[in-house]
Design a protein around this ligand. Sequence first.
Ligand code: SF4
Length: 123
Amino acid sequence: MIENITCTGCPMGCRLSVEVKETENGPEILDITGYECNRGRSYAQDEVIRPRRMITTLIRTGRGKRPLSVRSSEAIPKDLIFPALEQIHAISIDLPVSSGDAIIANILDTGADIIATCDLELR
Ligand code: SF4
């Protein structure tokens, strides 16, 4: 099977072709073509074997104040995005919060923190 993906490593957006064989232990990469640098090769491997994505969302703050914008400190496995969003949306935080504050540390044991992207004062 051939998977065609676009590398997001830089604005060139190289079109990558990955030849994949499904095995009982999961996908096995046979060949990768179309990359202009090794970042593209690594991206293709990650994307096929265990894709990762950044999370950006809003989190509730106490007593009806406006929500706080948060993001993950690094990409997390794509199959953990919905469980992570459930955990984030289940809580409400107290203000004030400063940009960069860790709201949830090491979410779902991914090694990524959920961090505030802006300052939000108590009003
Ligand atoms: S393969 Fe390299 S040059 Fe091509 S888009 Fe990815 S990072 Fe950029």
